[in-house]
Design a protein around this ligand. Sequence first.
Ligand code: KIV
Ligand code: ZN
Length: 402
Amino acid sequence: MTSVTDNAPAAPKRDEDKILIFDTTLRDGEQCPGATMTFEEKLQVAELLDDMGVDIIEAGFPIASEGDFEAVTEISKLARQSVICGLARANFADIDRAGEAIKHAKRSRIHTFIGTSPLHRQHQLQLSQDEVFERVVASVTRARGYTDDVEWSAMDATRTEHDYLCRVCEAAIKAGATTINIPDTVGYALPEEYFDLITMLRTRVPGMDKVVISTHCHDDLGLAAANSLAGVRAGARQIECTINGLGERAGNAALEEIVMAVRTRHDLMPHHTGIKTEMLSRASKLVSAVTNFPVQYNKAIVGRNAFAHESGIHQDGVLKHTETYEIMTPESVGVGKSSLVMGKHSGRAAFKSKLKELGYNLGDNAMEDAFNRFKALADRKKHVYDEDIEALVDDGVAHMND
Ligand code: KIV
Ligand code: ZN
């Protein structure tokens, strides 16, 4: 076990271990009920993602609305480093609209998809296996007319028959797809199952070694990040994710969780991403503000409690050595510093440290007296603020002087 909080990968970074981060906050994230963004807000988010080192930004679904088309067009013009991607279903109208929207980008991508599982084929599309197959070939071929960077997704891949999934992946590659995405559209897979699925495709599909394999995992069972990382272990080199895990239903894999898992566990994984992790907290706050979607307090990496300690044992440990209860530094994700929250579980060590921070230097008796009164207060009051502590110390000192 190596030291964890310096986070700097010890071994040199190899190109083949680079994981491309494909952010779909502006597309799948925006599909989260109630999370729509204005045109200006989308540009703001896209600029930050571009600065943060996101490899591919899925900027929207151009055929969905005039607003989406305009946003993808404008983001294509402003992006400095990221590839800008537009989503399209497997029909020419969608693909042509996406092609038009991304045409100003320095580097552009069309992402086209179709449902491949029996449920999607029969009930949603009412198409036979062969008809879906034909659409795959036609859509990828059409998209290649606009850009040589084409991603194809087998929607609901994790509930698709393996033989058929192999057949359509092979067809998409032959038609010119350069990235093959294997979505767990309904968040149904377990990590070992998703690992086996990617392994199976790599073994059986001719040409799979020439394309980038991508994960796109939803969080219906809370396994989106774990499944994405299992996909990487099996050979995937692109992860589709969103800031704060925003997305349809329970959301998508959270970008910040994936990136920090890879960074923090470099002792077990040789992989790396190009994300400037110090910007993660800012990105989370921006997306939360523009979507009006609060981040749950205990959300991994970016929740307000992610670096807060309340219990006496934990506070004591952190004061002695931060690594006792922190596996990454708050600075590494852009949070100023960890905090010791003063409450009924806090112990003497944290209380003493808080007094010092507030400028008090009490003798043993005054300290003991203040601590006892703090404990009594914390039992009655949910939140004990600095002002409460100042008041009880000042009050105690005044009584001692009476
Ligand atoms: O969840 C999904 O399958 C999607 C596709 C459009 C890739 O969002
Ligand atoms: Zn999705």
